[in-house]
Design a protein around this ligand. Sequence first.
Ligand code: MOS
Length: 704
Amino acid sequence: MTADQVTPEPLRSTSSIGTSLLRRDGVEKVTGDATYAVEHPVTGPAGEPPLHAWLVTSTVARGRVVAVDATAALAHAGVVSVVDHTSAPRLADTSDRELAILQDDAIAFRGQIVAIVLAETSESAREGAALVHVEQEAEPHAAAFQEDSPTYAPESVNGGSETDTLDGDPDEALARALVTVDATYTTPHEHNNPMEPHAATALWDGERLTLHDSTQGPRPVRGTLAPMLGLAEEQVRVLAPYVGGGFGSKGLPHAPEMAVALAAMTVPGQPVRLAVTRQQMFALTGYRTPTRSHVRLGAHPDGRLEALRHDAVTQSSRVKEFAEQAAVPARVMYAAPHRATTHRVAELDVPVPSWMRAPGEMPGMYAQEVAVDELALHAGLDPVALRVRNEPDVDPDTGNPWGNRRLVECLRRGAERFGWADRPTGARATVDGEWWVGTGVAASTYPMLWMPGNIARVRSLDGGRYAVAIAATDIGTGARTVLTQIAADALGCPPEAIDLDMADSDLPFGSVAGGSSGTTSWGTAIVAAAQQFRADHGEHPDPGVETTAASGQYADMDGHALHSFGAVFCEARVHRYTGEVRVPRLLGVYSVGRVVNPRTARSQLLGGLVMGLSAALHEEGWRDPRTGHTVTQDLATYHVAAHADVRDIDAEWLDDIDELSTPMGSRGIGEIGIVGTAAAVANATYHATGVRVRDLPLTADHFL
Ligand code: MOS
C-alpha cells in the first residue's frame, strides 16, 4: 500500500484525550469472549479441525542431531506426523539462524527446536513428543557468563546506538578525582513471563498463510516470515486482536512462530495450533541477558561529577547477536566533562537474548543509580541534592537542548510527597522491632522513540461515524482505547463514533508495540490521516469516502534531545535475623508528556514499578553451565513479585504537554516505570542496613 506522506499539525482542541475512557476491549476480556491466539475457532476449507503441534527440543548445549527416531511417536494414538530437519519445508532464506529452524542438524543451544509433533489432540501431541527419540552428538560448549568469558565489541548495540563513546580523558580525570566510586554491578538472567505464553494458530491453504499469533507486531511478523518462507508479504496474514502481554518477548518473531508456519505448510488446508509451554519459553522466546556493569565516577568534593565511565558486558548467543545497550542511558543522565561508555558481548552457547521491558535502560540504570547513591555517600550529600547538582544544561551526548527534561521537578515532587526531608542521613539508623528500615531514591529515564513507516486509514461511515484502521496491536496496554481517543479528537467526534480496526497485517502498516513507541508512532499516523481526511473531504464528509496517509516525522529528534524522566522513591524493611526484604512503600513520579488516558497510563506505570520491584526482590534465572539448561524454567523456581510483595505503591506524573514529540503532546509510558526502580529498592536496603548490594536480586543472604 502506498500513501502520501503527511506530517500532522499539533492537535489544538481536545476533549477525549486526557479522560479515563474505559477500555474498549475490557468487557470481552473479562467475560472470556476475547479469543487469544490458540482459541480462534479455525477450521480448514472442508471443515478440517486443527491439528495440535508440540515442540521437541535439544538436550545438549552444542552439537548436532544424529537421528530423529519417530517410530514410537507415530505408533501412538492420535499422532499424525513428526517433522524434523530432514523433512521440514526448506526456507528461502536461512540467514536469521534463530528463525531458520529445522534446516540442518546443528544444535546451538539447549532447548532448541529439533522436531515438531503433529497430533489430533494437544494431549496426544505432548505424549507423542515424549516418545520421539532424538540422538544427539554433544560438542564442547561454553554456557556460563563469567568474568573471564571472551568478549568482542559489536558493530552497534540494540536500537542502533553507538557501541562506544568517549569525551575528554575520563581515565586521567578519574585518577585525579577526590571523590570516587569504582564498582561492578550485575543483573542476572531475567525472563519475560507474559500471562499468555507464546502461541499461534496457522493455516496454509496452498496460496496463503494465515497466522493467528500472540505478537506485539503483526506487520513485523509478516515482514520477517514471508521472505524466509519464500512468499510475497501479501501471501501472509497475521492477526493478533488480543494478546496477553509481551514485555518485549513478542516484539520480534521467535522460533515457535516459524515452527507453526512450517508445520502448517506440511499439512495444506489443515490448521495447526501451537501453544508454547511456560518451560519452553525460557529457551525459545528471548530473555534479558545477564549484565555486568563496571561503573566509575569521579567528582569534586562538592559532588559535581568530573568523570564518568560505564563499561557494560552482556551475553549473546552464537545463533544471533543481541547486544543489550546497558551503558546507553549513562550518556544522557548527568553532566561530566570526561565520559566514556563501552559495550562488550560474550558469545556463548545459549538461547538468543532479546528485548525485555526497557532493554538497556533497566539494567544500566540499576548500575548507574546505585553508583550515584554510593557517590552521594562518599561526597556527604543527600542523594537528591547530588542528582540536582549534576543536572546537565544540554544533552551531554548530542549537545542538543532538552525537549522537556523535568527530572529535578520529579525528584522534588517525589521527595515532598514521600517525606524525604525526615530521612536520617546515615545508614542503619532506624530499627522497628525486628526490622531495619530505610529509604532510597533513583532516577529514571527512557528515550522518546518514534517508528517511521506508519500508515493509517480514515473512512467516513453513516451517522457521523468513522472507521479508522492501522495494523498495530494492543498487547494489553490499552492501545485500542488510547488510539480511539486520539482518533476522536483528531476527527472532532466523540470516541463512541470511532470504529477502530487494528491487529491485522492486511491493514495499513503499524510498527511494533515496543520501545514505548506505540502511542507515539501510531497516534501520530492517525492524526496525520485524520487531518488529511479533513483536508480532502471537509467537516461533513459523505459516508464512504476515505483517506490513507503515511506518517511524516513530527518529532523534533534532530533539534532536541527528547526523553522522559522520572524519580522513584522506596521504603525498604530488612529483617534483622532472616535478611528478608519487604517494600512497604514505592512511589514513582514521572515526566512523560501529556497523558492520553490516566487510567491506562497509571496501569502501565504501576506495572513497570511492580516489574522493577520484582527484579529487585526475586527475579533470577539460573543456567546450569554443565548442561546449558535453564533450571529455573517455571514460576515456582523463577520467582516474580506476587500481590503480597506489592504494598503501598503509586505513580503520578507532572502536568505536561510535549509539543516537540507528538501532535498529541504525549511521549511513551510503557517502559519508564521499570527503569531505576530496582536501584531505588537497593538504595533503600543500603540505607536500612548499611549493606551495599551490587548484584541483583536483593535476596536475604546478602544481608546476613
Ligand atoms: Mo519493549 S522490551 O520495547 O517490547
